[in-house]
Design a binder for this molecule. Structure first.
Ligand code: C5P
Length: 208
C-alpha cells in the first residue's frame, strides 16, 4: 500500500506545528517541519549579505543547505520569518527543496507541515488538513511564543508582520497558500490544543 502521508497546511501560528508533531508521535510517523527549510534558506541568504528576494542568491542558499543550517538558534525569530517568506516566493528555491520533502515522506510515510504540502508536495496524501485561526488569535499566539523566548516586538507589530507574511504567502505566483480541494478545514480559534488533536486523530485513524 502507499505510505501514509498526512499534510498539515495553513497560515502562520494557526497551530500546525503543535498538531503535526503530536500526530506524528501518536501514529509513529516521521515528522518534518517544512517551514524550517525556508527559514534556513532565508537565514543563509542574509548571512551571505544578500537580499532574500534575490533569486540567484536565494537559489544558491537553498541548494547549499547543510545540517548545520538547521541548528542555528535564530531560525524562529522575526528576521527569519520575513526572509523565509521572501525566498519562498522564488520558484527556483521551491524546486530546490521539493525533492528532499518528497523523499522524506516517500518510504515510511510522514506528517509534514507547511503551506503547500497538500497542493504540491504530496497532492496524493491520504489525509490533508488545513489549519486556520483568526488573525487576532494567531497574532496573540505568535506574540506569546516570542515573549516566552525573551524581549519581543509589540503585539501590534507582530500582527502587522504576520499580515505581511500571510499576504506574501497567499499571493505569490508559485505554490500559494490555499487549501487543497480535498483538505479538511480545522479552525482552531476557539479550540484548545487537546481538542484539535483529538479531532485530527480521529480523521487520521479513519484515513489510515
Ligand atoms: O511554517 P513557518 O511559519 O515556519 O514557515 C515560514 C515561511 O516559509 C512561511 O511564511 C512561508 O513563506 C514559507 N513556507 C512555504 N512552504 C512551506 C512551508 C513554509 O512557502 N511548505
Amino acid at each position: 500500500s502507499t505510505p501514509f502521508v498526512i499534510a498539515v497546511d495553513g497560515p502562520a501560528a494557526a497551530g500546525k506545528g503543535t498538531l503535526a508533531r503530536r500526530l506524528a508521535r501518536e501514529l509513529g510517523l516521521p515528522y518534518l517541519d517544512t517551514g524550517l527549510l525556508y527559514r534556513a534558506t532565508g537565514r543563509r541568504a542574509l548571512d551571505m549579505g544578500a537580499d532574500p528576494a534575490d533569486p540567484v542568491a536565494a537559489e544558491a542558499a537553498a541548494r547549499d543547505l547543510t545540517p548545520a543550517d538547521f541548528e542555528r538558534p535564530d531560525l524562529r525569530g522575526p528576521a527569519a520569518d520575513a526572509a523565509a517568506s521572501k525566498v519562498a516566493a522564488i520558484p527556483g528555491v521551491r524546486a530546490a527543496l521539493l525533492e528532499f520533502q518528497r523523499g522524506f515522506g516517500a518510504r515510511h510515510g510522514a506528517v509534514l507541515d507547511g503551506r503547500d504540502i497538500g497542493t504540491v508536495v504530496f497532492p496524493e496524501a491520504r489525509l490533508k488538513l488545513f489549519v486556520t485561526a483568526s488573525p487576532e488569535v494567531r497574532a496573540q499566539r505568535r506574540h506569546a511564543e516570542l515573549l516566552a523566548k525573551g524581549p519581543a516586538p509589540s503585539l501590534d507589530q507582530v500582527a502587522r508582520d504576520m499580515a505581511d507574511r500571510d499576504a506574501r504567502d497567499a499571493n505569490r505566483g508559485v505554490a500559494p497558500l490555499r487549501p487543497a480541494e480535498d483538505a479538511k478545514l480545522l479552525d482552531t480559534s476557539e479550540l484548545d490544543a487537546e481538542t484539535v488533536f483529538q479531532i485530527a486523530l480521529s480523521w487520521a485513524v479513519a484515513a489510515q
